[in-house]
Design a protein around this ligand. Structure first.
Ligand SMILES: *[C@@H]1O[C@H](CO)[C@@H](O)[C@H](O)[C@H]1NC(C)=O
Ligand SMILES: *[C@@H]1O[C@H](CO)[C@@H](O)[C@H](O)[C@H]1NC(C)=O
Ligand SMILES: *[C@@H]1O[C@H](CO)[C@@H](O)[C@H](O)[C@H]1NC(C)=O
Ligand SMILES: *[C@@H]1O[C@H](CO)[C@@H](O)[C@H](O)[C@H]1NC(C)=O
Ligand SMILES: *[C@@H]1O[C@H](CO)[C@@H](O)[C@H](O)[C@H]1NC(C)=O
Ligand SMILES: *[C@@H]1O[C@H](CO)[C@@H](O)[C@H](O)[C@H]1NC(C)=O
Ligand SMILES: *[C@@H]1O[C@H](CO)[C@@H](O)[C@H](O)[C@H]1NC(C)=O
Ligand SMILES: *[C@@H]1O[C@H](CO)[C@@H](O)[C@H](O)[C@H]1NC(C)=O
Length: 830
């Protein structure tokens, strides 16, 4: 078993583990092999037993034996001293097999001994004491110094892996670590707190104790060493300069240096990123960190600038956070005041009181607000025209309020004043123009051209719309305003026959007739015209009698036609009223109170008569709704005596239906037939109608046979409001025409009944139509016809017998199946 395992292992690298009290011997033939052996092992350890094949009798060992490795003649390889990896990590040996003569018969084959590391060396710092320095505000995590320790053990094993740690920081404020160390590289940098808090003024130096451990610092067995590190804190000169103030509109030659930035070490490159992006950016930086303004600035364009300065190293890496540069542009009084607009207009009423505010005049100055550069002063320097005197207006020096300083203004005299206002700041003066418009007020009343427009006589039939008079008043206020526009009114007579149209341009009023004049009701009109303004009058001014005028309109009589009380008279009556029944009456009056005679016009059916004295209308003949349901005639009223003037009105008589028409067949049914012989019930559908109002029929129409003798073979049914169904139920019909009497009753109150006859022909059918027309009812048949009829009858009987015979035979086979032969009402073919 051990043999087999060994055999296997020898093919691979052989690891020998010894020293645990258990000695293992491995053996095999001579071939290249590699062994790994921990350093520091006890001496005289057997490594391998080589087996010699004849003629070999002994072995020889050469190579880097360092006096440690030996081989016995029987091939036992061993070492006689402890190995030290730090002295030699790999021993390259050769083993040869020798014969009795000492000549090499096998090999030499290479045997490699790898010495495996154990943690037998301590890490040691290269220096007992380290000195370093760091700039205030350095970037956290950026190393500013290193500590370095060495360990002789294999760095590829934990034995040689070092772990650095800061174990003490002095002083330590608020328990905050200002420094950190990279546990693998020993690089020391600032923590975030350190970057913020370090200040050479407060604490110019710090001491650290840094330890290093091997085994990656992970086990209790690791060795360690420590060193002290002194760190000087140096001032950071890379910091934002104080805000700069630049006076605008400077005449100094540019560029002008305004401030300076500086990186902690020489050799940095400086730039202003804005400068790169904006070609008009007015600042630049030189390679010493000097910052310049490149042209005069204008506060009114931009009153402050904020931008950043950046320091980079030779390869373009940004060294630290950019610094903020703040520039304020200082105002000088370099802008004159400006007028609010080319001309400022204020309005003032004629009757404005002294001291009234007319408006506030505000000019502008774009220099800095709330400084002497933009405080403005106002002064009126000119007034045109100087009518009635100079100094009619005042302006408040600093507020710009314009006030009326003189007597009330008169628009008729001076409609407008032009003022020149001088506006000044500390250094500049500007002249502005102000127009003062004087506004008219309604202080003039309309005055009629005359107070009396005299008498006018008109016939009462003067056409509506006629202009009968022109009136005119004038107003002294400003034209085309509500103060001078004139509204004419007829005093206390809004509903009267006259109206007034006014020309808005001239204020001329046209008196027109807007309703018919009537001598009989108002033969004289005493009219007072009043003229007013739409705008109210100013206080203290009132309309007086000059604003009104009188006029007398005399209406003369004209013989007028009688007038009906209505244009259309309407009446309703049943169509069956007795002759002489009063159906309505009309009344007309003559304006001149003459007698009136009534008559009818347009009575084509002669149904009506009118009493010429009373106007009562009554029937003169039977009425018939079915002939005319709405009967229209004209009634005429004629003056008795005088000029026999007449007028007409309409009389509309609506006739109410009465059930005076029995139902009847809706059409001619002479062509109805049924096939003879009848194989099954023959049905015929027919339609009835009624000349009365349709509703009378529709609701309750009913059908019945008109004669007892038909009851046996016929049946009649109501299908719906217009249709009935006649059924031939009997068997023994002859081949002839049956005039079936049917009673149809309508739904009138009382109902009316009609007797109608449906002529039904029984005939022999060929392909569903009557083969032979029914016998002529009118007159006797001729001999020839009689013979024909006889022959045909025989033939028909023969055919019928034959058909019956065939059918009987057929029915023996299939009992109840009868070929359906429907008989429908159909017109005969003529
Ligand atoms: C530490 O010292 C070793 C040996 O002198 C050297 O090889 C290594 O580069 C040093 N490491 C640092 C970070 O200085
Ligand atoms: C060593 O430092 C690295 C980061 O630099 C950290 O992730 C790791 O946890 C540290 N090792 C120990 C044991 O603190
Ligand atoms: C600079 O000042 C002068 C007068 O002092 C003025 O005429 C000019 O308009 C000013 N320029 C700007 C840009 O304000
Ligand atoms: C006032 O100025 C306007 C122009 O702004 C001019 O048309 C008008 O005639 C002037 N009026 C007087 C009374 O000078
Ligand atoms: C108008 O008629 C009245 C009588 O109705 C008369 O007194 C008056 O004199 C007349 N006036 C004119 C101007 O004809
Ligand atoms: C009416 O008033 C105006 C002035 O407003 C005056 O001229 C006129 O005489 C007055 N008319 C009468 C009748 O008092
Ligand atoms: C005229 O007819 C109306 C109804 O139309 C009636 O009230 C009135 O009494 C009738 N007058 C005469 C005189 O018949
Ligand atoms: C009544 O019945 C006939 C036959 O069925 C049909 O043609 C007709 O339209 C019906 N009329 C109404 C009003 O239903």
């Amino acid at each position: 078993m051990m043999q087999a395992q060994l055999h296997c292992l020898c093919l691979l690298t052989l690891y020998l583990t010894t020293g645990y009290g258990q000695e293992r011997k491995f053996s095999g033939p001579l071939k290249p092999m590699t062994f790994s052996i921990f350093e520091g092992q006890a001496p005289s350890q057997v490594i391998f037993q080589f087996k010699a094949n004849p003629p070999a009798v002994t072995f020889k060992l050469t190579g880097e034996t360092d006096g440690i490795f030996q081989i016995q003649p029987d091939g036992l390889l061993y070492h006689n001293k402890a190995l030290d990896r730090e002295t030699r990590a790999v021993h390259k040996l050769q083993v040869s097999a020798l014969n009795a003569n000492g000549a090499v018969v096998e090999g030499p084959v290479p045997i490699t001994i790898e010495v495996k590391d154990i943690n037998d060396n301590r890490p040691t710092f290269l220096q007992q004491k380290y000195e370093g320095s760091v700039r205030q505000n350095s970037r956290p995590g950026k190393p500013f110094m290193y500590v370095n320790a060495t360990d002789l053990d294999d760095p590829t094993t934990p034995n040689g892996q070092l772990f650095y740690e800061i174990i003490i920081q002095l002083p330590k404020i608020n328990n905050a670590m200002y420094f950190q160390i990279n546990n693998k590289t020993g690089a020391i940098s600032l923590t975030r707190e350190g970057a913020q808090e370090l200040d050479p003024v407060k604490n110019p130096s710090y001491s650290l104790v840094v330890s290093v451990k091997d085994m990656g610092g992970q086990t209790d067995h690791s060795f360690s060493d420590s060193t002290s590190v002194n760190i000087m804190v140096k001032e950071n000169i890379w910091k934002a300069p104080d805000p700069v103030e630049i006076v605008e509109n400077s005449t100094d030659p540019h560029p002008v240096k305004i401030t300076q930035v500086q990186w902690n070490e020489p050799g940095a490159q400086y730039l202003l990123p804005e400068k790169e992006r904006m070609p008009t950016f007015p600042f630049s930086i030189d390679q010493e960190g000097g910052i310049y303004v490149t042209r005069p600035l204008d506060r009114e364009e931009k009153d402050s600038y904020v931008f950043y300065a950046v320091a980079k190293d030779e390869i373009g890496t940004i060294l630290a956070l950019p610094l903020e540069i703040r520039v304020k542009v200082k105002d000088i009084n370099d802008n004159p005041p400006t007028c609010p607009s080319a001309v400022t207009v204020f309005e003032v009423q004629e009757n404005e009181n002294i001291g009234s505010n007319i408006g506030t005049f505000i000019a502008h100055d774009i220099d800095e607000e709330n400084t002497a550069n933009s405080v403005l002063m106002y002064k009126i320097v000119d007034q045109i025209p100087k009518i009635p005197k100079e100094g009619l207006f005042l302006i408040q020096s600093y507020l710009g309020v314009v006030q009326l300083a003189g007597q009330s203004l008169k628009k008729q005299d001076t409609p407008q004043y032009n003022l020149t206002i001088e506006v000044s700041d500390k250094d500049f003066k500007t002249l502005c123009h102000v127009e003062i418009h004087v506004i008219d007020i309604n202080d003039q009343i309309p005055i009629f051209e005359k107070s009396d427009y005299g008498n006018l006589t008109l016939a009462e039939d003067t056409a509506v719309g006629s202009t009968i008079l022109t009136i005119w008043a004038t107003d002294g206020d400003e034209p085309f305003t509500g103060s001078s526009k004139i509204l004419y009114r007829i005093q206390g007579d809004d509903d009267g026959p006259l109206g007034i149209d006014t020309d808005p341009q001239t204020n001329v009023g046209y008196v027109i007739i807007k309703k018919p004049l009537d001598f009989e009701t108002a033969p004289v009109h005493n009219i007072v015209f009043q003229a007013e303004n739409p705008e109210p009058l100013v206080p203290g001014i009132y309309y007086n009698t000059s604003s009104s005028a009188t006029f007398k309109l005399i209406v003369t009589d004209v013989n007028e036609a009688p007038q009906f009380s209505q244009r259309v008279y309407q009446a309703r009556v049943k169509e069956d009223v007795a002759i002489g029944t009063i159906v309505g009456n009309v009344t007309a009056k003559d304006p001149e109170n003459l007698g009136i005679s009534y008559s009818l016009r347009g009575d084509p059916r002669g149904w009506l008569k009118i009493d010429p004295v009373t106007g009562t209308i009554f029937t003169a003949a039977p009425l018939d709704r079915e002939a005319e349901s709405l009967y229209r005639v004209q009634v005429v009223a004629t003056e008795v005596g005088g000029y026999s003037r007449e007028s007409t009105a309409n009389f509309h008589l609506t006739l109410w239906d009465v059930n005076d028409n029995p139902p009847r067949l809706a059409k001619d049914y002479t062509g109805l037939f049924l096939c003879h012989p009848l194989h099954q019930e023959g049905t015929l559908i027919f339609e009835v109608t009624d000349d009365d109002q349709p509703s009378l029929l529709h609701q309750h129409v009913s059908f019945s046979l008109g004669s007892e003798s038909f009851r046996h073979d016929w049946n009649v049914l109501r299908l719906n409001d217009t249709h009935g169904k006649l059924t031939a139920t009997g068997k023994n019909f002859e081949e002839r025409v049956y005039n079936v009497p049917i009673r149809v009753t309508d739904g009138g109150r009382p109902p009316l009944e009609g007797l109608v006859f449906l002529p039904v022909t029984f005939c022999r059918c060929v392909e569903g139509t009557c083969f032979r027309p029914a016998a002529h009812q009118s007159g006797m048949p001729t001999v020839g016809m009689a013979v024909g009829i006889l022959l045909t009858t025989f033939l028909v009987i023969g055919i019928i017998l034959a058909v019956v015979f065939i059918r009987i035979k057929k029915n023996e086979g299939k009992d109840n199946v009868e070929s359906a032969q429907a008989s429908e009402a159909q017109p005969l073919r003529n």
